[in-house]
Design a protein around this ligand. Structure first.
Ligand code: 1HE
Length: 258
């Protein structure tokens, strides 16, 4: 990873900043980049409280490096797909919330990478597509699991059957991104959000990134029980007690309109 010129890692205070730096190939993800992403998220410094992922150049990420799509047999193809699953799982269920700063192409595996993050901030140049459908392949980086949870099965089916491309405005409405910001400002906005997320109690962030998606996948009766347990654990933490006391004694910010 340390020797991979296609990715950059830096700490900005307690925020891990991960940048795809393969702009001349539109940040297409080859095996080495997937391995580097996995390594990075498995080895975040202990002081990390949130992370931001972005891409250099005109595009966030053009997906799987198609030149890597060699003559794999079925077994090799399965392991290749699983290597993406493991790497993106380390992002989704890693130690900290991850914010993706999106611009330009967010396509194929690039959209799968974005959908493994917890918050997506897109600028007005962003566009979303799943060209796998028209290239005779299928998503293999967790897209069939994560993307329908963002936009629903019918929209994903349409994208793959017809090659439909969503622009930034329609994409935000459909659910690809939670934030739509002016062109060129996605990274700045993502950093601001990450800094805010970093001030939450770590246990709350853990509940939101690890427990909430599991609850959402459970039948309602099991979800309610899991929620009660997480709620009890969170409110028992000394940090929660201190934060509630701060509010009651007028020391904490009120909820206000933005
Ligand atoms: C690539 C890739 C790539 C660009 N693999 N080399 N993803 C796709 O099918 C998207 C394919 N890419 C594109 O449609 C376009 O490149 C973009 C819309 C993203 C950008 O267009 P543009 O005009 O800015 O760039 P370009 O001229 O198309 O590409 C610049 C170079 O990047 C060029 O190489 P060059 O040596 O001729 O300069 C391209 O070949 C190269 N490039 N995208 C390899 N994806 C786990 S399963 C996931 C399944 C998938 O993700 S399938 C891939 C879906």
């Amino acid at each position: 990873m340390q020797n991979n010129p296609d990715i950059r890692f830096e700490m900005r205070h307690d925020i891990a900043v991960v940048t795809l730096t393969r702009a001349k190939k539109r940040n297409a993800l080859n095996d080495a980049l997937i391995a580097s992403l996995r390594h990075l998220f498995e080895n975040l410094p202990p002081e990390t409280r949130a992370a931001v992922i972005s891409g250099e150049g005109d595009h966030f990420c053009a997906g799987l490096d198609l030149s890597d799509l060699k003559e794999r047999d079925a077994g090799e193809g399965m392991h290749h797909s699983r290597s993406w699953h493991i790497a993106l799982e380390r992002i989704q269920y890693g130690p900290v919330p991850v914010v993706a700063a999106l611009h330009g192409a967010v396509v194929g595996g690039g959209l799968e990478l974005a959908s493994a993050c917890h918050i997506r901030v897109a600028d007005e140049s962003a566009f979303y597509a799943l060209p796998e459908g028209t290239r005779g392949i299928f998503v293999g980086g967790g897209g069939s699991v994560r993307i329908p949870r963002l936009i629903g099965v019918p929209r994903m089916t349409d994208m793959m059957l017809t090659g439909r491309v969503y622009n930034a405005v329609d994409g935000e409405r459909a659910g690809f991104a939670q934030y739509l910001v002016p062109t060129g400002t996605a990274f700045e906005q993502a950093m601001q959000l990450a800094q805010r997320v970093a001030t939450n109690a770590p246990l709350t962030n853990y509940a939101l990134t690890h427990v909430l998606p599991r609850i959402a996948d459970q039948p309602a009766d099991q979800g309610f029980i899991t929620e009660s347990m997480m709620s009890a654990i969170a409110q028992a933490a000394p940090e929660a007690k201190q934060r509630v006391r701060d509010f009651l004694e007028g020391r904490a910010a009120k909820v206000s309109k933005q």
